[in-house]
Design a protein around this ligand. Structure first.
Ligand code: THU
Length: 142
């Protein structure tokens, strides 16, 4: 696993907690924040943005990826992600987010989850999604 200093981990947790405060989650009341660490130390944050048409809701992790890509970042530019979820249990990213994250984080990049208990749980990207979908080089054309 790519190693992250305790200080950086605390910075990521603070950033994700802060981002969760901006969540738009009137339907679930579950405000999530994510902090994505770029290799040069820059941090991109995201929060969940829900919609009355529930399926259109966006998770915090994907919001953070979208913010980073919108700022010119790309594949392999990131060293870690931390997601903050409310409550006493740390949850890993959902399946859809795992697929999206796996396109940008290397298999040995750490993915952390923090919650109100103060505990932090860590996985590698590869543990969370060992067999991500990748489009064949042909793009599917025979
Ligand atoms: N949510 C996230 O933002 N990240 C996850 O990994 C799981 C769930 C959001 C989606 C929805 O707005 C709310 O949490 C409840 O599922």
């Amino acid at each position: 696993m790519i190693s992250i200093s305790k200080k950086t981990l605390t910075t990521l947790e603070d950033a994700a907690r802060e981002a969760a405060r901006n969540a738009y989650a009137p339907y679930s009341n579950f405000s999530v924040g994510a902090a994505l660490l770029a290799e040069d130390g820059e941090i991109y944050v995201g929060c969940n943005v829900e919609n009355a048409s529930f399926g259109l809701s966006n998770c915090a992790e994907r919001s953070a990826i979208h913010a980073a890509v919108s700022d010119g970042r790309g594949r392999g530019d990131f060293s870690a992600l931390l997601v903050f979820v409310p409550g006493g249990t740390c949850h890993p990213p959902c399946g859809a987010c795992r697929q999206v994250l796996s396109e940008f984080l290397l298999p040995d990049a750490p993915v952390y989850s923090a919650c109100d208990s103060g505990e932090i749980v860590a996985w590698t990207m590869g543990e969370l999604l060992p067999d991500c979908f990748e489009l064949p080089a042909s793009g599917g054309a025979e």
